[in-house]
Design a protein around this ligand. Structure first.
Ligand code: SF4
Length: 694
């Protein structure tokens, strides 16, 4: 615990780590943060927090933080510190030179789910209004983009259906591809409380996560499926529900498209989708799968929570659709205690998506080809917007390698470490003429940067985050930015240098504009957030105080849409050369690539990532606990220390990815979701052998 004195003031703000969105009282002594105290009034956390939000804020003062802008002519040159004026003028000149030489669409930008809604909105505005194209993407691309696609297709809204409190009315909870104990600990506490009260738990996960068996909680069914077979398992559950007459026909007739339902029901009823027919492929015993399907359909209020084990697959979007099908077929939508709930990894994944940071969507999920939406922005911003969808992150990198994409502005994301197929990412970055990294630290991506713009931490800015339950909460500045500017101000400086009209005086003015152009945010303002504490969108005339539970009485799209979910095996096949399947996840004390948590006291609790391997597989390879092993895939290889455990099944290995030395993405492939290009991080065929270390 870092405590440096007695506080003389406090500020309520929101945690910048995970999608739970805990609020804290930041206790200050002058400009020094003394401690973070979980706020009892916080509606997402109700006075609880985890070890990250409470203790892992020391990175704000870390000696490696960069506080002055830097530029260099080439990535082989040393960095040169420059004034903000020179850095911004140089960046704008480079962007203009490149657009004049290679065309308007030769540059783009990446926003981050770590940033506030206001920062994200400004980056996409800079790109659309300043760059004149739609080459904007967000790191949600590599986590929950299939959620956006799947839930919008099925229900009409790219968001989870419930608030966290809703779980207290659930009778059956299904967790798919998520590890809330480590990934969303404060929500996990609430969930466990409900389970201790008697709600029943089904876990669908290749690994025996803590929630499967923790004190006073035990899953009724743990379907330890083979990685990559989510769609087959969920379609088999649908088969049981349809063929055993467990469909909630009244709900489907009233709320969904009946002919699409009939088509789907005929599809899932095919004997090839039965639990028995798919058992060999999924490795889930048919009897357990049948029991899980019956329990979900008949056990009362059924609530589904899912994570990246659903989305980060070549069939991520299909899996989200399969989950939506199950919920509609059983009538588990539109009231307390039910629903389809993505557990968002980062603090503002939901917000980043809401703000229009995808290359095909404006804020509020309106397609860039929507003439009326573009006309509205033209009238407000004074520029005509491009009607062609722009490039996604992987397409930007492909185009860079091909020589047609030349410059990139990256705010708050380390794509070299976090995106798949590291060699391809580095090749793309190396091929560009101007890479601008706007971040706290010289991250791995900055090795390929020509301009570094130092960022501000969440403690040094005003703005809002939107958590996994669509809850918009204020981030309040508790200290002055050590780099001189809040991040939105830096984007604004760059925009003005590019003759893009931006003249905001405070982050609240950006939210006013967001509310004016985004129908689901119509009633949101900093003053209202201050008054109410938080607002769950949609917030408008119909719901002036927000909407905790969505789709009550009707879906946002009208009638719910059933979609056939044909299982297609991943291209990532095991065989004699690569006989094991690697899957990945997180640990409680660390956060993603560790840029922040590794620079705090939390590092002591997790000094390295380990490779979990089943005793049977370890014995076959002569590997002892703690031995160094080499993990080789078709894409590359890396070294880790082994952790022998039966948490993973034979044939499956698992690692976390918090340390750069793990190089997890050197071995992940470039396979991705068919609809959204979300990378298939969760399935990599590998071989493992003893080694002498890196
Ligand atoms: Fe809450 Fe998540 Fe922050 Fe932990 S990391 S304090 S669970 S918001």
């Amino acid at each position: 615990v870092v405590e440096i004195g007695t506080p003389d003031r406090s500020v309520i703000t929101t945690c910048a780590y995970c999608g739970v969105g805990c609020t804290f009282r930041a206790e200050m002594r002058g400009e020094e943060l003394v401690r973070m105290v979980p706020w009892k009034e916080g509606k997402a956390n109700r006075g609880h927090s985890c070890v990250k939000g409470r203790f892992a804020w020391g990175y704000a003062n870390h000696k490696e933080r960069i506080l002055n802008p830097m530029i260099r002519a080439s990535i082989d040159d040393p960095w040169r510190e420059v004034s903000w004026e020179e850095a911004i003028a140089h960046t704008a000149a480079e962007f203009r030179r490149i657009q004049n030489q290679y065309g308007k669409r030769s540059i783009g930008g990446i926003t981050s789910s770590r940033c506030t809604n206001e920062e994200t909105f400004l980056v996409q505005k800079l790109i659309r209004a300043g760059f004149g194209n739609n080459n904007v993407d967000t790191c949600a691309r590599v986590c929950h983009s299939p959620t956006g696609y799947g839930l919008k297709t099925a229900f009409g809204t790219s968001a989870g259906t419930q608030d966290f409190d809703s779980v207290m009315a659930a009778d059956v909870v299904v967790i798919i591809g998520a590890n809330p104990t480590d990934g969303h600990p404060v929500f996990a506490s609430r969930l466990k409380r409900r389970l201790r009260q008697g709600a029943q738990l089904i876990v669908i996960d290749p690994r025996r996560t803590d929630i499967v068996r923790s004190p006073h909680v035990e899953a009724v069914e743990h379907l330890a499926l083979r990685p990559g077979t989510n769609v087959a398992v969920l379609t088999a559950m649908a088969h049981v529900i349809v063929t055993e007459g467990l469909v909630n026909e009244a709900f489907v007739r009233e709320r969904c498209d009946w002919s699409e339902f009939e088509d789907w029901a005929e599809f899932v009823a095919d004997p090839r989708h039965s639990p028995e027919a798919t058992e060999l492929m999924t490795q889930v015993p048919a009897a357990n799968l049948r029991a899980a399907a019956r329990l979900y359909a008949t056990g009362g209020n059924g609530a589904i929570y899912y994570g990246l084990g659903v989305t980060e697959h070549s069939q991520g979007s299909t899996t989200v659709l399969a989950i939506a099908n199950l919920a509609m077929a059983t009538g588990n939508l539109g009231r307390d205690g039910v629903g389809v709930n993505p557990l968002r990894g980062q603090n503002n994944v939901q917000g980043a998506c809401d703000m229009g940071s995808f290359p095909h969507e404006l804020s509020g999920y309106r397609h860039v080809s929507d003439d009326a939406a573009r006309d509205m922005f033209r009238d407000l911003w004074g520029v005509e917007l491009d009607h062609e969808p722009g490039l996604r992150i992987p397409n930007m990198l492909d185009a860079a390698v091909d020589g047609t994409f030349k410059a990139l502005y990256i705010q708050g994301e380390d794509i070299l470490q976090s995106d798949p197929d590291t060699r391809h990412v580095s090749a793309g970055l190396a091929a560009m003429e101007c890479v601008v990294v706007h971040d706290l630290f010289l991250n791995e991506t900055a090795n390929y940067a020509h301009v570094f713009l130092p960022g501000s931490t969440f403690l040094e800015k005003n703005g809002t985050f939107t958590n996994a339950e669509r809850r918009i909460q204020l981030v309040r500045k508790v200290m002055q930015p050590k780099n001189g500017y809040e991040d939105w101000e830096i984007t604004q400086l760059l925009a003005r240098a590019l003759d893009c009209d931006m003249h905001y005086g405070h982050a609240s003015e950006i939210m006013d504009e967001i509310a004016a152009v985004t129908p689901t945010f119509a009633g949101v303002s900093f003053a209202r957030l201050d008054e109410l504490g938080s607002i769950q969108w949609p917030c408008n005339d119909a719901a002036p105080e927000g909407t905790p539970v969505m789709h009550i009485g009707g879906f946002a799209r009208g009638r719910g849409k059933f979609v056939r979910t044909e299982y297609v095996a991943t291209e990532e096949r095991t065989g004699p050369r690569f006989p094991l399947l690697l899957t990945t996840g997180r640990i409680l004390s660390q956060y993603n690539v560790g840029a922040q948590t590794r620079r705090t006291e939390n590092s002591r609790w997790h000094e390295e990532d380990r490779l979990e391997i089943h005793p049977h597989d370890a014995e076959q390879r002569g590997v002892l606990d703690g031995d160094w092993v080499t993990v080789v895939s078709r894409a590359g290889d890396t070294s880790l220390r082994a952790l022998i455990t039966d948490r993973v099944a034979p044939g499956v290995v698992y690692t976390t990815f918090h340390h750069p030395s793990t190089q997890a993405n050197v071995i992940t492939t470039d396979n991705s979701d068919w609809a959204t290009n979300c990378p298939e991080y969760k399935v990599t065929a590998v071989q493992v052998g003893r080694s002498n270390g890196p």
